[in-house]
Design a protein around this ligand. Sequence first.
Ligand SMILES: [Zn+2]
Length: 243
Amino acid sequence: MTALGLSLTLLLLLPHIALGWLESSHPAEAWHLLYPKIRDRLIDKESARETMRSLEISLKALYRQNGHVTEEAGLFFPLMGYGPNAIGGRNGSGYHIEGYDFFDGNRHKGHPGHDIFIRDRNQDGLDDITGKPVLVVAASSGIVVSINLGWEPSSPVRGGNYVWVYDPLRGRYFYYAHLTDVLVGVGQIVSKGEPLGTVGRTGVNAYKKRSPTHLHFTVHESRDGYPRPVNPYPELVKRATYP
Ligand SMILES: [Zn+2]
């Protein structure tokens, strides 16, 4: 082939190469770009749900391709060195899903999760006994689909610094909020018990003096791109592994 012929062939191929690259862009990266639009209500519910639905299909395929086809049931307790007695309320009474809708984002109603408190009387974000940060670990294996880092008190984001992990095998989303540090990146595959970050005081309400230092932990189960909260309390109390 002549030089001219080669350049012409490359020119013709270029759009296809570019298109192929776009199509193979990481579904976790795409989820990470979509989520702030849902959080900040910049996208209508139907389009958001449709995109979520197709991303979940891609995330499931990707997870399978990476050899993850089965996993033992049961959650890891998400706070290193703590157990169910650190869960707020009486017998998990802090969980309220009345009026809650995932697509209401940052302005959602209810409290579809559990606050798990650390020993931190002076509110420095460190465990009063060990003097160290408390690790937040993955309750379930999955793919990190979004993180937020660099939250400032001027930000309206209620979750502060957070991590979302999608478990493609069970179609569940795990949300860990109010962290100080985030130790994982978008697209990373994490195993149960793997550190995701450290407990902190980030987020509109968690930052306030009246709020004792805690992890906010929510589990959603998604069918067809519509995550709905499920209560992990029975699993956390009866079957969890304690790191
Ligand atoms: Zn909470």
